[in-house]
Design a protein. Structure first.
Length: 115
């Protein structure tokens, strides 16, 4: 949801995958939501939006972005990174044919692939 991470995430995806457009699905703390998988309403909402991106827009890559100074998931960097890894695994089970990656956006607002 944080606008500070939109540009570095989009830039990384465009440069790495050579794509023109990037759908964004925003939610505060998505790596925490997907890794815990405890709030069915939020998880289903995220998956509904991902399904539109994949099935209607033809997206072939899904990136979960976690970041420095996250207000929606205020926990340590290593915890967020582990949640991101767990979220990637969860989404790989949902979308086994897609490339699913985890990104960390640091305090300089640069994107780094973590999984």
């Amino acid at each position: 949801m944080d606008g500070r991470i939109q540009e570095p995430t989009i830039k990384y995806l465009k440069q790495t995958y050579g794509i023109t457009y990037v759908d964004t699905i925003t939610e505060p703390g998505p790596c925490g939501i997907l890794s815990e998988n405890g709030n069915k309403t939020l998880v289903d909402s995220i998956l509904d939006r991902v399904n539109i991106s994949v099935n209607k827009h033809g997206s072939k890559v899904i990136a979960i972005s976690a970041h420095y100074d996250c207000a929606g998931n205020p926990c340590a960097e290593e915890i967020q990174k582990e949640q991101t890894r767990q979220s990637v695994e969860y989404l790989k089970n949902q979308y086994p044919k897609l490339d699913i990656i985890g990104l960390w956006i640091d305090s300089e607002w640069s994107a780094e692939k973590i999984c």
